[in-house]
Design a protein around this ligand. Structure first.
Ligand SMILES: Nc1ncnc2c1ncn2[C@@H]1O[C@H](COP(=O)(O)OP(=O)(O)O)[C@@H](O)[C@H]1O
Ligand SMILES: [Mg+2]
Length: 385
């Protein structure tokens, strides 16, 4: 209720300012609305923000002009045919939670942010900040998430250009669509992410429109070279091997995202469990083991599933975890399954019988590994043998 009356008051206020033709006040008020509704009404905030950006500030301009049809080239670019916006917009607030990053990543992205915050210092020495970077890594490791976070840290919007969408716009027009999107992004400070940039390369190998695709690559090559330092151009790919080497070389920075290692997996499990951490506490080590090799988004999806099941009371936590580990054990080699069995024997109260059932390791083997410590043969001697 309180929210609704707040909205009504805001609506009345904007009408009042508009009728008084106080254009600049309308802009200021609209900007305040974007901040106010960013968390509670993200779509509304995004829409208002787009209107603001599409109509740059012009001192003293009467409001009538502001609501007149947008001059071509000012609005967010759309594909002529589908009328779909080619750019997705994110306006995240800078207090959003940071993605989980390795120490290396944290350092290089930290520098990227500092370069932007201290542009004057760099400029005094004739230096420009990093203008472009390419994010490499398998799906679900945080490339897109990190782009959002970076833009939020820099206090600029993130525009995401999905190259698959550009490509699916009629060939012959994809070049002009791409240019429209890039030109738009160059006009105001922002981070532009060319997501799944390998889409271009992939199409090139199995398509007859080779000429058109080559032109697209050329457009991007030029843009990477000429990108203004007021903006940051990012690209992301799961298939670095498909990227044209000439394009690859042009990025100022290559950022490699890896699947998490044990410590990061454990941290991710706790983070995604949130308030249910205590409930699943006794399973965390076992889960850390079971999630080896998985991406952050795989871990998140699985943990969400556990939490939903427990919240609904459909399955007890022990059953959920057992079932999950059983499925994961199938993808392990024999030593991996033995390691898992030993861990289960040490960390849980499961019987040897259930552990054997879950991991497929015989009870004899489990006993052998858990009752007496396995004799460790020094590496050197093993080679000699
Ligand atoms: N490093 C990370 N830290 C926290 N959450 C992550 C991370 N990587 C992925 N996730 C989770 O997985 C989801 C998908 O990640 P995303 O950034 O889209 O992956 P990518 O772009 O690398 O395919 C995110 O929205 C987030 O919930
Ligand atoms: Mg992505």
């Amino acid at each position: 209720m309180g929210e609704l009356s707040g909205l009504k008051a805001d609506l009345a206020q904007i009408v009042r300012l508009a009728l008084a033709e106080q254009t600049e006040d309308v802009r200021l008020f609209a900007a305040r609305l974007v901040r106010k509704y960013r968390n509670t009404e993200p779509e509304l905030a995004e829409q208002v923000d787009l209107f603001l950006r599409a109509k740059p500030h012009r001192a003293g301009a009467p409001l009538r002009k502001a609501v007149a049809p947008m001059p071509p080239g000012q609005a967010l670019p759309v594909d002529d045919e589908s009328r779909l916006s080619l750019l997705k917009v994110f306006n995240d607030s800078s207090d959003r939670e940071a993605p989980m990053l390795s120490a290396e990543l944290e350092e290089s992205l930290g520098q990227l942010i500092q370069e932007r915050k201290q542009m004057a210092r760099l400029a005094a020495l004739g230096l420009t900040p990093t203008r472009s970077a390419i994010f490499v890594g398998q799906p679900g490791v945080g490339k897109t998430l990190t782009a959002r976070w970076l833009a939020a840290q820099l206090d600029v919007p993130l525009y995401v250009l999905d190259l698959t969408a550009v490509m699916s716009s009629l060939l012959g027009r994809s070049g002009s669509n791409l240019r429209a999107a890039l030109d738009f992004a160059k006009r105001s400070p922002c981070v532009l992410l060319l997501d799944e940039i390998d889409a271009i390369a992939k199409r090139r190998s199995d398509d007859s429109d080779v000429g058109e695709l080559k032109r697209l690559v050329t457009v991007i090559l030029q843009e990477v070279d000429e990108w203004p330092a007021t903006g940051l151009l990012l690209a992301a790919t799961n298939h670095p091997e498909l990227i044209d080497p000439a394009l690859w070389r042009r990025f100022d920075l290559v950022v490699e995202f890896k699947v998490p290692k044990s410590a990061a997996i454990k941290e991710a499990i706790k983070r995604f469990l949130g308030p249910d951490s205590a409930l699943f506490g006794r399973w965390i080590d076992v889960l850390t083991f079971a999630f080896r090799g998985q991406s952050f988004s795989d871990i998140e999806r699985e943990i969400q599933r556990f939490r939903r099941a427990v919240a609904l009371g459909t399955t007890p936590d022990a059953d959920l975890i057992e079932e999950f580990i059983k499925a994961r054990a199938l993808s392990l080699d024999r030593q991996g399954r033995i390691d898992m069995a030993v861990l289960l024997a040490k960390q849980t109260r499961l019987s040897q019988h259930s552990i054997s059932d879950i991991t497929g390791v015989s009870r004899d083997t489990i006993r052998k590994y858990t009752t007496c410590e396995p004799t460790v043969v020094p590496k050197k001697r093993r080679h000699e043998a």
